[in-house]
Write a protein that binds this ligand. Structure first.
Ligand code: AMP
Ligand code: MG
Length: 418
């Protein structure tokens, strides 16, 4: 039996970031930059006012105070978006709004609150032609300098960065309307089994619904891939072969099958994969999810996940998700973890890497506590729905006691109430 780490390292050798495509700005959200982005402008492009107030020359207002107001002639009103065509001469000021370009001659902005405009009885300020300055902030106050956020020629975002809303905004601020990102992988998904019926079909005797196709497709979407759902292949060589070829022809970058990789009479996925491509079959030292196939069919890496719904989910998490993230250009794919106080005993008698479904919450003291979510059988999908994390027990760890601090891999970081 090989370890999870060995299987993952072997699998990931077959994946690389996909080609670059240029997508519209909003399409780039959650994608990975494929090139450095260099700004060809300064941001902000010009010195501008950080406040609504008066653009003045600091020398003119030296010593100004409530007791010693300094009266300046107001030359103009200047809003954001307009270029000043007046120079601030000695003894004068320009009434200026936040974001407006600092007029020539001015080196300081005095906020409205520090002028007669804030004092009703003064009857100076807006519209009167004069303003009284009631305070003398240091030279350069309330100015935003050209290039203080971004300098022309600077790399604003290096390749490899995942684009979140602030990065999308930064790209917009330098006029990057089309963004070079790695293409999203297309992932073919095929369920196998004579017992399966689709979600909208009636349940005939002996049948179960095909849930793996949907949990796998949803996991592909969540990881950033594009699922290509191929439906169900029956447990016979001809149909399975046909479905596998269909997926290859659909231009898959990764092929995911579920079930039929174990040792049962109808576990023929292995046989078909061997004739259609080059396959390895492994028993991976994990629970749930021991049987796993990996290989290449028609140049496409194929991951044969086990059929039990929980095994499929855990194996997807361990092997398929990192593969998809690699193709997207990501280099870190371990989920974040928290250290939580385990509330119940957890055992590992299988001598395998055990993945235990847990729910993590914060207790009254603000400490993370973890509870198992019930029955841990590999067919109990409902207990995964109650979990937000996985407690991984390495093969050599046979027990965690209640009260022990354990590391929980968080599948989800749910929002909490305010
Ligand atoms: P197998 O590996 O084919 O023996 O399948 C293992 C178990 O997983 C069996 O109980 C199957 O019925 C179940 N199973 C296989 N495929 C699916 C699927 N697509 N959705 C839900 N359960 C499945
Ligand atoms: Mg089967």
């Amino acid at each position: 039996m090989i370890s999870v780490e060995e299987a993952r390292a072997y699998i990931l050798k077959h994946f690389h970031p996909l080609e670059t495509e240029r997508v519209e700005l909003l399409e780039a959200l959650d994608r990975v930059l494929a090139e450095d982005i260099v700004s060809d402008i300064n941001v902000p492009p010009h010195d501008n006012s950080a406040m609504d107030g008066y653009a003045v020359c600091a020398e003119d207002i030296a010593g100004a105070s409530l007791q010693n107001p300094i009266r300046l002639r107001v030359l103009a009103d200047l809003g954001a978006g307009y270029v000043p065509n007046t120079t601030v001469e000695p003894g004068s000021a320009i009434r200026i709004m936040t974001g407006a370009v600092i007029p020539p001659g001015a080196d300081t902005v005095v906020r409205f609150e520090e002028t007669s405009e804030a004092v009703a009885q003064k009857a100076t300020g807006k519209g009167s032609g004069y303003v009284e300055i009631l305070n003398a902030p240091p030279r350069g106050s309330n100015l935003r300098r050209a290039g203080e956020d971004i300098r022309r020629g600077e790399i604003i975002l290096p390749k490899g960065v995942t684009l979140r809303p602030p990065e999308i905004g930064l790209l917009a601020s330098v006029g990057c309307a089309h963004v070079p990102v790695h293409r999203r992988p297309r992932v073919a998904i095929l369920a196998t089994g004579d017992e399966l019926v689709d979600v909208d079909e009636p349940l005939a005797p002996g049948k179960i619904r095909n849930s793996n196709e949907y949990s796998n497709a949803a996991a592909v979407l969540k990881a950033g891939g594009i699922p290509i759902c191929l439906g169900i292949a029956r447990d016979n060589i001809a149909h399975l072969t046909q479905k596998i070829r269909e997926g290859i022809d659909a231009g898959a970058d990764l092929f995911i099958t579920s079930a039929g990789v174990s040792v049962g009479d109808y576990d023929i996925v292995k046989d078909v994969l061997n004739t259609e491509g080059e396959m390895h079959f492994w028993q991976v030292n994990m629970k749930p999810g021991k049987p796993l196939a990996f290989g290449i069919v028609g140049n496409v890496p194929l991951l044969g996940l086990p059929g039990n719904p929980v095994s499929a989910i855990v194996s997807f998490e361990a092997f398929a998700r990192p593969a998809i993230l690699t193709m997207l250009g990501k280099t870190n794919f371990a989920r974040p973890y928290v250290t939580a106080i385990l509330q119940e005993r957890a055992t590992n008698d299988a001598g395998r890497r055990n993945y235990i479904r847990v729910h993590v919450a914060r207790d009254a003291e603000g400490e993370y506590v973890a509870r198992t979510t019930g029955e841990q059988g590999s067919g109990i999908l409902s207990s995964v729905t109650r979990a937000n994390g996985l407690l991984e027990m390495p093969p050599e760890v046979l027990e965690y006691k209640p009260g022990e601090r354990v590391k929980i891999t968080m599948l989800d970081y749910p929002e909490e109430s305010f």
